[in-house]
Design a protein around this ligand. Structure first.
Ligand code: FES
Length: 224
C-alpha cells in the first residue's frame, strides 16, 4: 500500500525518503518547496539519488525484456527465413506465443527482417485474425454473417455493446472479456450464432446475454 509522505524538512527526513514511491517523492519536493520556498540540499540530493537508483533498476528490467523479445523474434525468423510469405507465418507464431502482436515485438521483427514497420502493420490490420491488444480472459464472438444477420445478430451485438461497455474488437478495461464479431462460423442452421470461450451457442437470444456475461464475470471473481 502506498504511504503518504509526511511533511519533510528535518535532519532525519532525507533518510526516510527511501520508503516512498516516485510519485510520492515528487509530492514531497513540492510540499517542501511550498512550505520553505526552497528545497533543502540534503532532500533534493537524496530524491535525485533514489530516482536514479530506480531508473537504473527499470533500465535493467527493460534490458532483460528487450533481449527476451529479440531472442524470440530471432527464433521465429530463423524458422521461417527461407519460406515464401514468411511474414504472415512469423506473425502467426508471434500471435500464438503472446496472444496478440505486441508493438515492441513488431518493431523487433521489422529490424530483424529488414521490413518496414508500416508494412508489418499493413499485414496485421488487413487480416482480422491478428490482434494488437492482449486478449481477454474470456471471449465472446458473435457471428454477423448473412444468415445470422437476418436472424438478428445486430441485436445481439447491440446488447453486448451495452452490457460490456465496449465495441466489437475491444476488450473490457479489466481485460476479462474480449468481444468480437466474425463472418459465418459454419453454423447457419443455428442462426443467430455466437461463440463463448470456444463453445458454439446457436439460436442465441438477447435476453440470455446478461446471464452469460454475469457467468463469465463470476468465473473471474471465483478465480480471484
Ligand atoms: S452466417 Fe452465422 S453461422 Fe453462418
Amino acid at each position: 500500500m502506498k504511504t503518504n509522505p509526511p511533511f519533510l524538512g528535518t535532519e532525519t527526513a532525507a533518510a526516510d525518503l527511501k520508503h516512498f514511491d516516485e510519485a510520492a517523492l515528487i509530492d514531497v519536493l513540492e510540499k517542501v518547496e511550498q512550505k520553505h520556498g526552497f528545497i533543502p540540499r540534503d532532500i533534493s540530493d537524496e530524491v535525485g539519488r533514489l530516482l536514479e537508483v530506480r531508473l537504473e533498476r527499470l533500465r535493467r528490467i527493460q534490458g532483460k525484456l528487450d533481449s527476451t523479445i529479440r531472442r524470440d523474434v530471432q527464433q521465429h525468423v530463423a524458422h521461417w527465413r527461407n519460406e515464401e510469405g514468411n511474414l504472415i507465418m512469423i506473425l502467426h507464431a508471434i500471435q500464438n506465443q503472446y496472444g496478440y502482436v505486441p508493438r515492441e515485438v513488431a518493431m523487433e521483427l521489422s529490424r530483424e527482417l529488414g521490413v518496414k514497420l508500416a508494412r508489418i502493420y499493413e499485414v496485421i490490420t488487413f487480416y482480422h485474425y491478428f490482434k494488437l491488444q492482449p486478449p481477454g480472459a474470456h471471449n465472446i464472438t458473435v457471428c454477423n454473417g448473412t444468415a445470422c444477420y437476418l436472424k438478428g445478430s445486430g441485436d445481439l451485438i447491440g446488447e453486448l455493446r451495452t452490457l460490456l461497455g465496449i465495441s466489437e474488437g475491444q476488450t473490457t478495461p479489466d481485460r476479462q472479456i474480449h468481444f468480437d464479431t466474425v463472418r459465418c462460423i459454419g453454423c447457419c442452421g443455428m442462426a443467430p450464432a455466437m461463440v463463448v470461450d470456444g463453445k458454439t451457442c446457436g439460436h442465441a437470444k438477447t435476453s440470455d446475454l446478461a446471464g452469460r456475461v454475469a457467468a463469465l464475470k463470476a468465473k473471474k471473481e471465483n478465480a480471484a
